[in-house]
Write a protein that binds this ligand. Structure first.
Ligand code: CA
Length: 647
């Protein structure tokens, strides 16, 4: 691309007045129009000849000058991208990305060159800015990105607000743990007046759906978000808030020249299938380094999720190692406080206990640091490269397989640098990495081979924290497959088989959803290592066939298909692992839902799990005729179908 950028600027008179250029997706369903009007650059998208994205502004303002106004066109250049690659830890195992490409070369009022690169495949538009090294200046600071997203005025939204900075638990926000609202009008102000975090879903009435996000974000840029809506601009890209990271580090990203910004992505479809099935976050990125060892995905137990802080002791951790062994799970996640409550000196004894049972440990760390008031320990071991590497060396000696790093400082470039540094160092010591209290991963499943998944969602812990979250559990579960989890792995930590969310299964908040609903979330929610919320008592008090299911359910997938659904109401999707389809569905409405599912063709016999009308779990063998399955989903209930007969 830099080679293309080096093209000599062509005839300026070409661009007097308006100029526009159109490309279509390879199958012709999507049309991108890029236009220069009175020195400003705009893009618009049509889906089946109907406008889904109205003319929306492009451009940057930088310390080196304005790249948004008084622009003139140098050249349009078309190309085509065709690439295939494999994935080991995302929602599919392979992708064939075919896109038409448009490179728009421009110069600003000072005669400085820059380009916007667009890629349009059958379901996604992606674009980014390319800034050449022009003269003596070898670096640039981006002060504002004018990139906007404007939709027809009847569009409704499925958005989650950005939080205020330096608020919440020990001043650890923002951490992408806010509530969604479904089908809200665009003009409604965001909850905190801070706009919205990615990904953002828009329903453009009968014309279709658009999911807006970004990818290829690493230490070279900040994580961005969307502003509130305005009639003139629509939604505009916004940079992190100055107060994030305890005020340290700038909001505006800086890059060495020549530079490429992250990709802004729009996934578009007449229906929701392209939204759920998109691979655009990975189609646009490359692996940043090679894995130092082969990383093994799998399942894990963790005591903290239901038994909470008091379980951080040697005996309880042994019980959860026993549970992992009984379930055939590969890992145990030993959560916050192990250093103070068990102690570094005694950890080798716990690791030996795990090793004898074929279970390998993940250890919890705080990322902080100076960016919040977190005292859950260990602290101050991941923020500094000298201490971090010493800690990781110890972990490697002890046979630790991964880390969960919690409580991050926000979205500034300064924080992105730390994410990348932790990932890169961890790879040097053969450690996998889970992030909690954190930002949305943006392409990281492919960029960093030891990255497992991130929280960046109101996760299962909230079921323990309050009844409100139990009451809203089904609603949220029907959003994530369409929004948060479609662009990145989601460290949700779910599948709760306790009826009550306390240690003795007799107090705390009350689960409203059925057991099969819970099993279905193991399929609906994708993360390549699942830290399941099972407890030792579930081996005795949960139905045997539910435990059998939890022994068998995979955590890595080859393919995903949306079968039916509407965000906030219900969802049924199919994931394939090897030659077996696993289907999960849940109902968040207050009515019984009768669906006619069209199944993948291969399925002829199957085991069907269903919550009945009283939310009791059932299991039956079923023959599938003509790939169709009529099914009734109870409110707060779920279904699971496995493509095979079980004993
Ligand atoms: Ca959290």
């Amino acid at each position: 691309m830099r080679r293309l950028l080096a093209l000599v600027c062509l005839l300026a008179p070409l661009v007097v007045g308006a100029a526009q250029h159109t490309i279509t997706s390879p199958d012709g369903t999507l049309t991108l129009t890029v236009s220069l009007r009175e020195g400003q650059l705009f893009y618009a998208v049509q889906c089946d000849n109907q406008t889904v994205v109205e003319p929306s502004r492009l451009g940057l303002r930088s310390n080196n000058g304005d790249y948004s106004d008084h622009l003139s066109l140098c050249n349009w250049q078309e190309g085509r991208i065709d690439k295939q690659y494999t994935l080991s830890r995302a929602k599919v195992s392979a992708s064939h990305y075919v896109a038409n490409q448009l490179l728009v070369e421009l110069k600003n009022a000072k005669g400085r060159l820059f380009s916007v690169e667009f890629r349009l495949d059958n379901h996604n538009l992606a674009f980014r800015y390319l800034l050449p090294k022009d003269g003596e200046e070898a670096s640039i600071r981006i002060l504002e990105e004018l990139t906007a997203f404007r939709f027809p005025d009847f569009t409704t939204t499925f958005l989650t607000p950005q939080s205020d900075p330096m608020v919440g638990w020990k001043r650890s926000k923002p951490s992408y743990e806010e509530e969604y609202e479904a089908d809200a009008p665009m003009h409604q102000p965001s909850q905190f007046g801070r706009g919205y975090t990615f990904p953002a879903l828009f329903h453009v009435g009968e014309r279709g759906w658009v999911l807006v996000s970004e990818t290829d974000v690493d230490s070279r840029y900040c994580g961005s978000r969307l502003t509130d809506y305005s009639i003139e601009k629509g939604y505009q890209i916004a940079f992190p808030m100055v107060e994030e990271n305890n005020g340290n580090g700038t909001s505006e990203p800086a890059m060495a020249l020549p530079a490429e910004t992250p990709w802004r992505t729009l996934t578009l479809g007449r229906d929701l299938k392209p939204i759920v099935e998109t691979t655009i976050p990975w189609d646009l990125v490359e692996e940043r380094y090679a894995p130092s060892i082969p990383y093994r995905m799998g399942r894990s137990t963790w005591s903290w999720i239901i038994w909470q802080d008091p379980s951080m002791n040697f005996e309880d951790q042994c019980r959860y190692i026993d549970l992992a062994e009984a379930m055939g799970y590969e890992y145990i996640l030993i959560d916050a406080g192990w250093d103070s409550e068990i102690g570094y000196e005694r950890m080798p004894e716990l690791f030996a206990y795990a090793r004898q049972r074929g279970v390998e440990p993940f250890l919890w760390y705080s990322s902080s640091g100076y960016w919040n008031d977190i005292t859950q320990s260990p602290v101050n071991r991941m923020d500094n490269p000298i201490r971090r590497k010493a800690e990781m060396r110890w972990m490697r000696e002890q046979g630790v397989r991964g880390i969960k790093v919690d409580f991050w400082g926000g979205d500034k470039q300064e924080t992105m640098r730390l994410y990348e540094a932790v990932l890169s160092d961890a790879n040097d010591y053969g450690l996998m990495v889970i992030f909690h209290g954190c930002t949305l991963p943006r392409g990281w499943e492919r960029m960093y081979p030891n990255f497992v998944g991130s929280e960046a969602v109101l996760a299962s812990e909230n079921l323990v924290f309050g009844q409100h979250h139990c009451d809203r559990e089904a609603f949220k579960a029907t959003l994530h497959p369409f929004i948060r989890n479609t662009v990145a792995s989601m460290e949700f930590g779910g599948v709760v088989l306790n009826k009550r969310l306390n240690r003795t299964n007799d107090g705390g908040s009350t689960r409203r959803t059925g057991d099969v609903f819970q099993l279905a979330t193991a399929i609906l929610f994708q993360n390549p290592i699942q830290n399941f919320a099972l407890t030792p008592n579930n081996l005795e008090d949960a139905p045997d066939f539910c435990i059998d299911f939890m022994r068998e359910v995979p955590t890595t997938w080859d393919e995903v298909r949306l079968l039916d659904g509407y965000p906030g109401r219900y969802v049924v999707l199919a994931r394939r692992h090897g030659s077996t389809w696993w289907i999960g569905g849940v109902n968040a409405t207050t009515e019984e839902l009768t669906l006619q599912l069209e199944l993948p063709e291969e399925i002829t016999t199957a085991t069907l799990y269903r919550d009945d009308a009283t939310l009791q779990p059932t299991r039956s063998q079923t023959r599938i005729k003509h790939h169709r399955l009529p099914i009734t989903l109870t409110p707060n209930g779920g279904m699971v179908l496995i493509e095979r007969e079980t004993k």
